[in-house]
Every structure is written in structure tokens, then in C-alpha cells.
Write a protein that binds this ligand. Sequence first.
Ligand SMILES: [Zn+2]
Length: 403
Amino acid sequence: MKLKRRDVLAAMAAPLAGAAAGCTARKPAEKAVETAKKGKPLDLSEFQPKSMLVVPETKVEKAKFPVVDVHTHFSFPGKAEAGVTWGETLVYLAPPEELLAVMDRRNIQTLVNLTGGYGNGLKECIEKYDKKHPGRFVTFTEPMWEKTNQPDYAKAQAAAIEEAGKAGAKGLKITKVLGLYLREGITSGALVKIDDPRFDPMWEACAAAKFPVAIHVSDPVAFFEPIDRFNERFEELNAHPDWSFHGKDFPSNAEILEARNRVFARHPKTQFIALHAGNFGENLGNVSECLDKFPNMHLEIGARIGELGRQPRMARKFFDKYQDRIMFGTDAVPHGDDTPQQVYGDLLYQIYYRFLETEDEYFDYAPAPVPPQGRWRIYGVGLPDKILRKVYNENAQRLIRLT
Ligand SMILES: [Zn+2]
């Protein structure tokens, strides 16, 4: 009450101060309209409203069933140029022991590390994590992006997939390097298309090796829109303008997804896990159409509970219809403080469990003082046990061949 009183007094003082400064020429009614319009100045970055809603809050300490998180990154290729990751050497963001402590507390059976690189780096990563802790860590390989303009690339890449399988990798990860960063001259020239035929032997090699392809192409639709007051992710893009794909020579979000769909159609034996809710959680109608059209398409929900949870009724039906094809994932990055919705840790998993297991209303989708992917809150979808089991682990176990 005190705060409110102070606000009222401040609002009353403002027009008085104006009058004292000599602006008495206008009629009181006009002045009132002007004051209402302007109000008190407040920088958007300082706005942190506290919800006054009183609703049940469920703390889900552990997942109801053991979890396979199919989308994490605890290693990364060590070098990057103009957005293209480079070379065999990996950097590691956390040792296995640090990861296992959270896993044990939150009932996580397995973490799938998607960015395991290739060649010697990949082998080293599998030795350090997968082989030291059987069943707890799984590693995916990545394409040799920096070699994509060499004449023998197509063949060499297919051979590298086979090699990765022998080394113990369980799948292939495609980052948004493909479609948004990789160019004909690797870092210069025209953007390489997602359905470029040079990758055909790679997609086929994945089918032969029984590698699912975890594919992240495109990004939230707002990233393809101007960074202005109409953009629903203004604050996020304003803080990271390099995440914007608006203008320049970037294709539209629709063009990217169409090229991706042509790949799905051309390689029906290859299984694809479309990450981030197919990167179109804003339009589940479109994602449904794709799932109906492509039986080799599967989904993962990492960093998109903000989208799914703001349309809980639609999302609930979606989980019901595609319960055999949706997998749990978070896109968790140890110490990834730049993206609060993805920091690997206890809080992150508790939010995901709350979204999937409860019907709690209007809660934060990320452990952050301000919702980092747009200013809204989410609602739980309260999945029944049968669907929870599939999403938490059964679908992943089958597709990634974990047992
Ligand atoms: Zn990711």
C-alpha cells in the first residue's frame, strides 16, 4: 500500500510542477490527456512486474520417470569463423562428475551431447564421457563444415559418418550453420542451401548407420522480423543483435523450412529429430502438417516450453496426437549464462518437469528475473503417465538405440 500511495502522490505532483514552470496556456482537459499518455517514464529493461495472482505452485523435485535429455551441449568445436564451427578439437564445458550430480538429483538417466564434433575430438569425447559412464552420456557427431567446398567432400563426409558410428557416436547433429552461416567459400560467397545435393550421401549414410539426425535449422520467427517495438522478442534481440536474421541475404523462415522439408522428403529412410519443436512452436498447425506429411520427422522441445506453454490447450492436444514422436530436451549448456532458458542445472529441469507434469498456471519458463524469450509466462500441460513415459524416455530410447 505504501508504494501505491507514493505513486499516487508522485502522479499528482507532476502536473503541479508543470503549472509552476509556467505552462498554463492549455486547457486542463488537454493537459490531463497528455499526462495520461506520457505517464511516468520507465525503461523497459527496468520493468519487472510481480504477478499478484495467487495460484497453486507445485515443486517437482524429480521427474516422475527417468529422463533422457536428447538435447544438451557439454562440448563444442573449439574454433568458429563467421558462425561456422571449425576443426576436430573440442572444448568441454563441464566434467562428467558435475553433470552427474544434477542428473542424480533430478532423475536424469542420460544426457545426449549433440555437439561432439568429428574425428579425433569426437573419439576423445566418447572416451571421456560415454565410455567412462555407460548409459549416462551419449554423443552425436557433426559435419566437417570447413571441408564442404572441397571436391571430395560428399564422399568423405559419408565415410566420416560411418567412422563416427564405429567410434560409438549415436547420431548426427545439424546446427543452424547450415542455411544461415555456411557459404560457398565457407565464410564468404552465397549461403549454401539446406537441400544442396552435396549432403545427400551424408543423409543416406545416416540411414545406413541408424543415426537419427538432430536438426536445428531456422530460429524463432521473430528473429526474421525487424528489431522494433512490434517485435515480441525485442529485448532478447536488442541484447543480441547478431541473433537477428532480418534483411541482408538471409532467406526467410519459410524458405528455410521448405528446404528442410525437401530433405525430409528426399531421404525417407533417414530419421530426423526436428529440434526446438521443429523450430516453429509459434505455429503448431504448421508443425502438425509437417509431422503428418513426413513419417521420418520427430520432435524435441528444447528451449521452446516458452512457446508451448503459452498455448497450453493446443499444446496438450499436440502432445496427445504426436505422443510417439516427441522427445524431452532442454538445449542445456553448462554455465551458459548468456541464455538463462538454457543454463544446465537443477532449476532448469524443475521448470520443464512442472510444465510437463502439472497444470500449474502462469509461471516462468526460465530461471531469470525477466522472461528472456519474450515477456509472457506459461501454463503446465499436465501429461498423463502414459505420454510422460514416452516423452521422457521411451521415444528417445527407441530412436537413439540406447538399450
Ligand atoms: Zn542446441
